[in-house]
Write a protein that binds this ligand. Sequence first.
Ligand code: PTJ
Length: 283
Amino acid sequence: MTRLSPRHPRYHSLVVRARLAAAARSGLVVPEGLIAHGRGEAFDYFLGERSSRSALRAERAAAHWLLAARWPVLSINGNVAALAAGEVAGLQRALPNLRVEVNLFHRTPSRVRAVALALRSAGVPRVLGVNARGRLPRLPSDRARIDLRGIARADVCLVPLEDGDRAEALHRRGQRVIAIDLNPLSRTAVVADLPIVDELRRALVQITREVRRDGGRTRPGWFDPVDAPRLLREARRAMADRLRSGTRELASGARASRRPARGSGRPRRRTPGPRSRRRRSPR
Ligand code: PTJ
């Protein structure tokens, strides 16, 4: 395997790619999952690889919805297991009522087992969806298969990195859908009751932080109203502002650019001017 230098300006991104590529070789992630990741990376680039102010607001609301829920469920596919099994376990520890269910688009028994194993190894004590005997109506893909103790009974579903069909099917059943998707134009984000336009791991860590911060104040059954179209509008605006300003500084690039590799010949990045600084999306 290629050795990655922490001094590489895109080190963090390369580490994540290498992790996903290894997961694809082991069968945990499907090749299509690598394509999905590339698309996500592009949108994250537009965001400046940091959570926008509106994403942070959406994450706070998501924490409150999960706390208010009677039967909250987090749906896991191959990419989520490969990228964020530890963060999933962290959220589940903060919110013991949260059920974690394997749900795959490209479903095979061995992939279901691999995803469940990745979650258990990261510390998720109970993984649903291995024996998924329920079915969502009017959904032709294997994503229709749901666990009768999980998504079938859920009042709130957190669905990261989906395609839009199932989010729509859940929404039709009256279940509240929280989506995590970097693409603010995706059908999943558009049909979600609460769209979080942010990178998966940043979003899960922030939701966990907000759950812990709540300290039992949220009352069961009380769901804060959410203006989903506004969250999407703000996410699109954050991306458009960055594209317009042409600011090149990215979170991982910025860290590395303070310590350029010796002899790399890479020119020092110039400090962004006042205009780009003003327009940069907040940390
Ligand atoms: O493991 P399986 O069989 O269930 O398949 C999983 C994939 C991801 C292949 C499947 O769900 C799929 O094809 O998804 P899509 O339709 O490509 O949608 C994935 C969405 O997630 C896209 O809109 C991406 O922009 C977004 N995305 C990708 N990586 C991230 C992300 N959003 C947040 N964080 C990411 N790291």
